[in-house]
Design a protein around this ligand. Structure first.
Ligand code: 5GP
Ligand code: MG
Length: 169
């Protein structure tokens, strides 16, 4: 396993993103909606650095099944969402790859009539996007490699790694 982004680099960048988010939202309460399961570490670290009032919700969508490393059918699972109507929603995901998942979720959340909607991703894979979604906050741009760790899995393993690594060396 090759380390692509160290735990220290992640923590520092998450702190920078949190500071920007706090500045951008001023004192407005934010509802952070994490996309399960990959965003869990990012969500947990980010919200602990936010000094603004925060609500947390979760939503499930997965385009990768089992050992597949190419996107498959997108599945939207049961939601664990607080009421988003009139709220300032920040949708949080681990990685922006083709953009299919987040574009779909953005449309879904928009129908719930939030006061505003922004998107934050920890990672963005370069040269892969097929939908025009621009994340409002992005931690790191990475090359087109399959990565694991810090929430990201391969066959449901490696999510607990504190760093982001490339599995195939
Ligand atoms: P998209 O819909 O943007 O193509 O895919 C987004 C989802 O695919 C992410 O939330 C993540 O679950 C998964 N994904 C995309 N690239 C990778 C990767 O390099 N590693 C892992 N573990 N998951 C990925
Ligand atoms: Mg995901």
């Amino acid at each position: 396993m090759k380390v692509l982004i160290s735990s220290e680099e992640i923590q520092q960048r998450v702190a920078e993103l949190a500071a920007r988010i706090v500045g951008d939202y001023a004192e407005e309460p934010i509802t952070i909606v994490g996309v399960l399961t990959g965003s869990l570490m990012f969500l947990a670290d980010l919200v602990r650095r936010l000094e603004s009032p925060v609500r947390i919700g979760l939503i499930q969508a997965s385009s990768y099944r089992g050992t597949a490393t190419e996107p498959g059918q997108l599945e939207i699972g049961p939601e664990l969402l607080p009421d988003l109507r009139g709220r300032h929603v920040l949708l949080l995901d681990d990685i922006l790859d083709t953009g299919q998942t987040l574009s779909y979720l953005v449309e879904h959340v928009k129908r719930l009539e939030p006061a505003s909607l922004k998107v934050a991703v920890l990672l963005r894979k370069m040269g892969r996007q097929i939908t025009p979604l621009q994340p409002d906050y992005c931690g790191f741009e990475i090359p087109d490699r399959f990565v694991v760790g810090y929430g990201l899995d391969f066959n449901d393993q490696y999510r607990n790694l504190p760093f982001v690594g490339v599995l195939d060396g």
